[in-house]
Design a protein around this ligand. Structure first.
Ligand code: COA
Length: 381
């Protein structure tokens, strides 16, 4: 009998999820008012250069554009005041010593605690922690190891960054550890402090992101609570592209006039991303569904990465063969914004309790790299 046919072979499932939502929230109105105040001050300060044609005037942003182009109405952030102060427009946080829990680890721990509590899991019985996220606070020591220590977990931990696809790549990695017998219980934590990597002075992207943290507890079915989600199959894909990029760090330092000072933060060619990522993701989902003998049209629910309402609509339509209802493809983008790798997990966390045993769904993320990850799941009980 092969390992696959052996009913006692480890079987990865999702035991529980957790979510941390920051208290602060910025509406489109507040965001645009602050951005436009900055534009007005900037243009007034450079009026002579603009009049002489030496500098281009900045253009104001608009609430209507943001909602129409992205579907976002507001976003949560860790500290609102400095972000919408036209004199600052950057995050400001009380500096913390190296012996204090870092901000990213703190919100990761909060989300992880909820997942552990829901699963009734003692942290001492968790074997590994993956911090799977885009917007890293530092290169090392790994935030995952800090989270591991704060939760009192024995075992191993590491960070992984596959941009917006980090959580699904993390789930597949955790599922593979369970299948291989390296671990029985793995926490995949995605703290996304996107506000630290967003250019709040860039009209094309200042509205996109929000802060949040999610956690997914991937375990062997033998120890999971009775109500869990079987992981039926996973598929990952990457194709190099510069259309979404962040050059954070000194290794990429160059004279501002040769590269431009803004590329140490998030930059993207939004339209190209839209056009190139939608077909790549839809095709990956359909191909993996075929491999698993799942009819994509019969998927009960899609928990998609929350990048942009239009992108999600198109992907869901291609997968289901018809326009998806809010019930079939729930949106959290309106109040959370794009929360990078955490988006599909928030959608799952907030919208799975009503499904029934045997219902099959898909968690899917996509983004910079390009990267895309699909996780097919079925409710157990
Ligand atoms: N307010 C008002 N107008 C704005 C604006 C703003 N904040 N930002 C851009 N515009 C204007 C532009 O000036 C342009 O005007 P023009 O047509 O007169 O030149 C017009 O709106 C279209 O700009 P564009 O940047 O092409 O907008 P878009 O319709 O493609 O929408 C995105 C922008 C980013 C919302 C959209 O491309 C998108 O969501 N792409 C998917 C990428 C994504 O979500 N990536 C995240 C990582 S997965």
């Amino acid at each position: 009998m092969s390992a696959h046919e052996n009913s006692t072979a480890p079987k990865p499932v999702i035991s529980a999820t957790g979510l941390f939502t920051p208290e602060d929230s910025i509406s489109n109105r507040e965001l645009v008012d602050s951005f436009n105040a900055f534009v007005e001050r900037h243009n007034a300060a450079h009026a002579d250069a603009i009049a002489a044609g030496e500098m281009e005037a900045l253009t104001p942003s608009s609430v209507e554009f943001i909602e129409k182009a992205s579907g976002i109405k507001s976003r949560h952030v860790m500290n609102k005041a400095p972000l919408i102060d036209p004199e600052i427009m950057e995050p400001r946080h009380e500096p913390r010593g190296n012996d204090e829990l870092s901000l990213m680890a703190e919100i990761g721990v909060a989300a992880a605690r909820e997942a552990l509590e829901k699963a009734g899991r003692d942290p001492a019985d968790v074997d590994a922690v993956l911090c799977a996220a885009s917007n890293m606070q530092r290169p090392y020591p790994a935030m995952a190891i800090e989270i591991q220590q704060a939760l009192g977990i024995d075992g191993f931990a590491f960070d992984m960054n596959v941009a917006c696809s980090s959580a699904t790549f993390g789930i597949q990695t955790a599922a593979d550890y369970v299948r291989a017998g390296h671990a029985k219980s793995v926490l995949v934590v995605s703290p996304e402090i996107t506000s630290g990597h967003l250019n709040w002075r860039d009209r094309d992207s200042h509205f996109i992101f929000g802060d949040v943290a999610t956690a997914v507890l991937v375990e062997d079915a033998s120890i999971a609570p009775p109500a869990h989600w079987e992981i039926l199959g996973t598929r990952l894909k990457t194709v190099f592209s510069n259309n979404i990029r962040n050059n954070f760090g000194f290794l990429n330092r160059a004279e501002p006039e040769t590269i431009g000072s803004d590329d140490k933060l998030f930059v993207q060619e939004g339209r190209k991303v839209f056009k190139e990522v939608v077909p790549m993701v839809a095709e990956m989902i359909v191909t993996e569904a075929q491999r698993l003998s799942i009819d994509p049209a019969r998927l009960r629910r899609l928990w998609l990465h929350q990048a942009n309402a239009g992108m999600n609509r198109l992907i869901a339509q291609r997968v289901l063969g018809q326009e998806a209802s809010e019930d079939e493809s729930p949106t959290v983008l309106d109040t959370y914004g794009n929360t990078s790798s955490a988006g599909s997990i928030i959608a799952f966390h907030l919208n799975h309790e009503d499904l029934e045993a045997g219902d099959t769904g898909l968690i899917c993320s996509f983004g910079a790299g390009y990267s895309a990850g699909a996780v097919f799941v079925r409710r157990s009980a």
